[in-house]
Design a protein around this ligand. Structure first.
Ligand SMILES: NC(=O)c1ccc[n+]([C@@H]2O[C@H](COP(=O)([O-])OP(=O)(O)OC[C@H]3O[C@@H](n4cnc5c(N)ncnc54)[C@H](O)[C@@H]3O)[C@@H](O)[C@H]2O)c1
Length: 254
């Protein structure tokens, strides 16, 4: 079960964290993985790990927020079977602490970047007669998280775009779903703690771990396992759904 043999998958942001874990697991299951990354060296590291296991992967240096670059890369890759819209950036601040520049930056990467990749991917999927898309949403798509105004805006948009694409491409046999993780222990989280709570890293790590009722953060590999299921043929009846992977955050925090 859950084999991806003969499938071509694109993973954005596959150089780090969740995207890296997804790239490794998908290659292990037989997919040809194409990583779209801003950071060339990070993507190269993922490639090295995949190739060491005998998997097949390629990296494409590209900024997902730039439509021209995205179109060029997708044309070079050719028709694909799976798209993982994972590349994303964070911002801490409530409405009043979110500058116009912050708002635009988060929109450009998290929202427009996903739109660029979705648009570039569906043409090839239509050509193939099928496709599976998975977007990285967040618990912030569903519940109020303190001091995450711009990030929440972007993840709400991801959830809404997922439903729109799922509906419009039913006839093209393209499934589109999203996952909503609570905190996952990745460089994204470490970087955010180091930047915002210098000198209090350990204390903050503990605090953030305990915001999940299960008492810890998720591992990137746990998100990758859910991504694998949702993009596999075994999940052929699932579209237009969002899956929380949150240690009980949304429903058990009371
Ligand atoms: N880590 C968490 O706690 C968490 C929780 C919920 C949702 N998410 C979402 O999961 C996704 C991945 O998060 P992560 O924690 O693995 O992050 P990460 O920072 O570890 O990795 C993100 C990767 O995306 C790449 N990237 C950023 N901007 C890009 C751009 N413009 N073009 C191409 N690549 C770009 C980065 O270079 C990086 O390698 C994000 O969308 C994030 O919002 C993360």
């Amino acid at each position: 079960m859950f084999k991806l043999t003969g499938k071509k998958a694109v993973v954005t942001g596959g150089g780090s964290g969740i995207g890296k874990a997804i790239s490794i697991v998908f290659a292990r299951q037989g997919a040809e993985v194409h990583i779209i990354e801003l950071q060339k060296d990070a993507a190269a590291q993922t490639l090295t790990e995949i190739e060491a296991e005998g998997g097949r992967a390629y990296s494409h240096t590209c900024d997902v927020s730039k439509q021209g670059q995205v179109k060029e890369v997708f044309e070079a890759i050719g028709a694909l079977d799976i798209l993982i819209n994972n590349a994303g950036i964070a911002h801490v601040g409530n409405l009043e602490k979110t500058s116009e520049e912050d708002m635009d930056r988060i929109y450009q990467v998290n929202v427009k970047g996903a739109y660029n990749c979705l648009q570039a991917a569906v043409a090839g999927m239509k050509q193939n007669g099928s496709g599976a898309i998975l977007n990285l949403a967040s618990i912030a798509s569903h519940v109020g998280i303190p001091d995450r105004f711009a990030y929440t805006m972007s993840k709400g948009a991801i959830h809404a775009m997922t439903m729109s694409v799922a509906k419009d491409y039913l006839g093209a046999n393209i499934r589109c779903n999203s996952v909503s993780p609570a905190r996952v222990h990745t460089p994204f989280v470490d970087g955010f703690i180091a930047k915002n709570y210098p000198g209090k890293e350990e204390e903050m790590f503990e605090k953030l771990s305990k915001t999940q009722p299960i008492g810890r953060m998720a591992k990137p590999e746990e998100v990758a396992a859910l991504a694998l299921f949702l993009c596999s043929d075994e999940a052929g009846f699932i579209t237009g759904c969002d899956y929380p992977i949150d240690g009980g955050f949304i429903r058990l925090n009371n």
